[in-house]
Ligand binder design. Structure first.
Ligand SMILES: [Cu+2]
Length: 68
């Protein structure tokens, strides 16, 4: 499944890598790609293994704000 998550606070390549790495480390997430211009991260995941709340929590724990 693919989902676009709107994230606030990602400003540079470091933010991009931090968020992508954190999401990819979750079991069930196969890919995560941040678009800094759009303030979005596109996540490819298996909904049987991981849900949106877990991904949201992971992003927030890294210091960013999840809009939806
Ligand atoms: Cu940054």
């Amino acid at each position: 499944m693919e989902r676009v998550i709107n994230v606030e606070g990602m400003t540079c390549i470091h933010c991009k890598m931090t968020v992508e790495k954190a999401l990819k480390n979750i079991n069930g997430v196969s890919n995560a790609n941040v678009n800094l211009d759009k303030n979005q991260v596109v996540v490819i995941y298996n909904e049987a293994e991981v849900n949106f709340e877990q991904m949201k929590e992971t992003i927030i724990n890294k210091g960013y704000n999840v809009i939806d």
